[in-house]
Ligand binder design. Sequence first.
Ligand SMILES: Cc1cc2nc3c(=O)[nH]c(=O)nc-3n(C[C@H](O)[C@H](O)[C@H](O)COP(=O)(O)OP(=O)(O)OC[C@H]3O[C@@H](n4cnc5c(N)ncnc54)[C@H](O)[C@@H]3O)c2cc1C
Length: 396
Amino acid sequence: METSKNINLIYGRQIAIVGGGPGGLALARLLQLEGADVKVYERDINQKARVQGAIVDLHYGSGLKVLEAAGLMDAFKARYMQGADRFKLVDENANILLNDLFQTGRYTFGDENFRPEIDRGALRDILIDSLQPGTVVWDSQLINLSLSNGRWKMQFKNGTYDSSDLVIGCDGYRSRIREYLTDIKPVYTGAAIIQGEIDDPKTACPEIYQLFNNGSLMATGQGKMLTVQPRGDGGLTFYAAAMYPENWEKTSGLNFNSPEEVRSYLYNFYNGWHQAFYTLFNACSQFTYRPLNYHPLNLRWQTRPNITVLGDAAHLMPPNGEGVNLAMLDALDLSNCLSSGVYSDMEASLRAYEEMMFARASPISEETVEGIEDFASPNHESIQKLIRFFGNEENN
Ligand SMILES: Cc1cc2nc3c(=O)[nH]c(=O)nc-3n(C[C@H](O)[C@H](O)[C@H](O)COP(=O)(O)OP(=O)(O)OC[C@H]3O[C@@H](n4cnc5c(N)ncnc54)[C@H](O)[C@@H]3O)c2cc1C
């Protein structure tokens, strides 16, 4: 195998990254450090467009490793949310089953078990600020690609066009770029989330605010769950998860644009739970229904010489605390494959990257999908596992 550094696959090529989520932005940073000519085409109107979701925890062997490689650990340390890695598990009566004493303060940077949390928007800002000015092209929702003389012509919804030698789809679970590799469609897990946002939990739901104490709170009952997470701006996000038939948002007759209707559904569904949880529903004025989908575990495609995907676009799985970390790790592997000088041509380097990416993601996805089956089971095996796992950790 050639190992000469002078086979530079990125030199002289224009690289288009479609999608400026954690995966796409990390890739842009890593490739720019290698001297690549990169642009990130992002659908959002501008950097201030709201980033959905609450906090994410970055892991030692993935997200944090990538930040280290990207030279961004100091920026991360300046903005991560100290203490937000506290995790509390309660039952439907708000009795504490596990109080995650082992995490907070026990581990720190450099320790494999340390999983510092950061607001998604802050992570996005750190990555964007590390890029050369003008790298991110906002308001650029890609709607079509065509290949002409080995170059991709990209068409955007705002009526503009651009071209590139290599296209990397980092455009999330509804990826347009994936369609140029495979026609596979995501599969429904059987579970869905009703997501809500509360801007001022301190006054709107003080009991919950006290209980979650700026860490993560998970409340669990038979076949239903409520997770509460802080946001970097003092607000909170909650996720009400349960099993629902496919397309339930259409067949249920519930109007998700009507907060009153969703609230009254949730009061009923969580009937018998501690009153404090109802204050969450009361305080929320906008609910979003999110069916949880995943890609078939054996998904593979024939490598193409000038296009690939990473992150959710490549290996969608139900939320398991790994998605951002995996997307960033894909970015590191792809950047290394393109710039290492090990591969003789672009197709070989993309094939090597895709093999690594699938080998890593498939078993994690399989475990998560099994977890959802446990969640629906009568003895709630997933929670029993969680208690056993955390219980043992606490005793260590
Ligand atoms: C409810 C929920 C909770 C989660 N919690 C966690 C968690 O705690 N920890 C964790 O690690 N993961 C979590 N995840 C998963 C995580 O959000 C994803 O795995 C992760 O964001 C994937 O990163 P990405 O860069 O691949 O894609 P995304 O973050 O989805 O970014 C895709 C980007 O592409 C842009 N885009 C989309 N289409 C186009 C287009 N056609 N043209 C241009 N731009 C486009 C989007 O605007 C977006 O900026 C959660 C997911 C959900 C649904």
